[in-house]
Design a protein around this ligand. Structure first.
Ligand code: SF4
Length: 497
């Protein structure tokens, strides 16, 4: 699958730094020079077009355009002229894991040394760095994968004065980046992606995000949100940018302010505290979590000991246990069931966290049924439709995949369960917040990648992952839909139009 990587560096000194970085490599990587400036780069690109390399990496120094860049920082080009560096987020992530300061961004190719006065205008156009060769050289790839890695030698603050020390820092960075770029080359190849359907946002998450957005429109910023509205760093970051303030507990919310309760629900104690404080509450608890709360109250009122199957410490579990603290016990494993001491063995009921693994929960509920013959369960499944559907969908693609990527944050229960679902059937799987979390080593020998997203992960992340993978070589994408979803939940009255 892997063909030879060719690294092109414009100047001798840059090529030497890269070669030193590759000193211990297998020697399968070729290094060539283009010469300095756009004209030489165009001439060299014309020659290289006919070469039989598999992937092209362009490495050299560049002028930094934004004030937050320092000499020695690396910019991985998301584009070089008309050529897309689709895998830039992935390569930048790998460089960061190697301990380098790297980010993906636009690199401008100009026909002269970029002057101090020109930098703000280029930065305003969204460029992070400028060089004189990358666009012309990238054209030599002719559709083969391209990576552009430029090390910052000078910055807007020190366009010339720091050029010697900055140049040395840049050359050191190029040297350190070389083995990582070589790993990028080894990860290139033809692949297919099997998309699991359904995936990504569920009705409860869409509703919770819309509640915060509407609260911001109505009340202006800040709108306080107790806990993460949903367990996803991207979603939380974007809402923060718009004025949402996420707090852990209500004592961080000023008196009289508006506070949104997250999709995972809260215990009655939290509601009472909000009311005592005079806070204006908007409840974004998913209706399917509220349903479990109601079942907990009903069983507890009927004198039952309620075993809640779930994971300790999860916000949803804490909220549900809080509905009837004197009657509820958390059980996580069949061993917990064996240790259970109900008040009355004839009056035991069980409920579940909504985002459990279907298989794991069945094991624990089976142990409860075995030990307590008259045990009562929920009226309808507590594991919600979105969790069940995403697990079935990922199972369908994992069976035919060498590797599964699950978009979702580490604290997202349903996303973690998707990883476990794959592992249970023997397919390696990784949870990633973004394309930059994909480790190049995972892709070795992998030709079919299953791809899904947890119920709290935005669809845009899936698109970004596909785009990054397509930067590693020809990528065919097909979707396997195991079921379709049409569930929508209404909004609370506080934010209804
Ligand atoms: S995963 Fe299920 S319970 Fe959680 S918010 Fe989505 S629909 Fe509601």
């Amino acid at each position: 699958m892997t063909e030879e990587l060719l690294i092109c560096a414009p100047m001798r000194i840059e090529a030497r730094a890269v070669r030193r970085g590759l000193r211990d490599s297998t020697g399968a990587t070729g290094i060539t020079r283009s010469g300095y400036g756009p004209r030489r780069a165009a001439d060299r690109a014309g020659e290289l077009k006919e070469d039989s390399f598999g992937q092209l990496a362009i490495m050299g120094t560049a002028a930094g355009l934004t004030a937050d860049l320092s000499p020695g920082d690396l910019v991985v080009g998301t584009e070089a002229g008309a050529v897309s560096g689709g895998s830039a987020p992935l390569l930048a992530g790998e460089l960061r894991r190697a301990g380098l300061n790297a980010r993906a961004g636009r690199i401008a190719t100009v026909d002269h040394l970029v002057r101090r006065a020109e930098r703000p205008a280029l930065a305003a156009d969204g460029y992070l760095a400028a060089d004189m060769e990358s666009a012309a050289l990238a054209a030599a790839a002719g559709g083969r994968p391209v990576a552009v890695v430029r090390a910052v030698s000078d910055t807007p603050d020190r366009p010339v004065a720091g050029i010697v020390s900055g140049g040395l820092a840049a050359l050191r960075a190029l040297r350190a980046a070389a083995p990582v770029v070589e790993r990028w080359g080894a990860a290139c190849g033809t692949r297919q992606v099997l998309l699991a359907g359904p995936r990504s946002f569920c009705a409860g998450v869409e509703r919770a995000i819309e509640i915060v957005e509407r609260a911001l429109e109505r009340h202006g910023e800040p709108v306080y949100v107790r806990k993460q509205i949903v367990h996803n760093t991207r979603v939380v970051g974007e809402l923060e940018d718009r004025g949402a303030v996420f707090v852990e507990e209500l004592d961080q919310v000023p008196d009289g302010a508006t506070v949104v309760f997250s999709a995972h629900g809260v215990s009655p104690m939290v509601r009472q505290e909000a009311s005592r404080r005079g806070l204006a509450v908007i409840d974004a608890t998913c209706p399917l979590v509220s349903k479990v709360h109601a079942e907990a109250r009903r069983f507890a009122d009927g004198g039952y000991t309620v075993a809640l199957i779930g994971h300790a410490g999860h916000e949803e579990v804490e909220g549900t246990l809080g509905e009837a603290p004197g009657s509820m016990v958390l059980v996580q494993t069949p061993e917990d069931v064996a240790r259970l001491k109900p008040r009355d063995g004839e009056k035991v009921a069980y409920l579940m966290q909504t985002t459990l693994s279907v298989d794991e929960a069945a094991e624990v509920s089976g142990a409860l049924r075995e030990r307590f013959g008259s045990v009562r369960g929920p009226g309808s499944d507590d594991i919600c439709y979105a969790t069940t559907n995403r697990q079935a969908a990922v199972r369908a693609v994992a069976a035919d995949s060498d590797l599964v990527l699950v978009a979702g944050s580490a604290n997202s229960s349903n996303s973690v369960r998707l990883v476990e679902t794959c592992e249970r059937i023997g397919t390696p799987a990784h949870l990633i917040d973004s394309a930059s979390d994909i480790q190049l080593g995972w892709l070795t020998g992998v030709s079919t990648i299953g791809l899904t997203a947890g119920a709290s992960a935005p669809p845009a992340v899936v698109e970004e992952i596909i785009s990054a993978l397509s930067g590693l070589g020809p990528l065919s994408v097909s979707e396997r839909v195991t079921t379709t979803e049409s569930i929508r939940f209404g909004l609370p009255k506080e934010v209804r139009q």
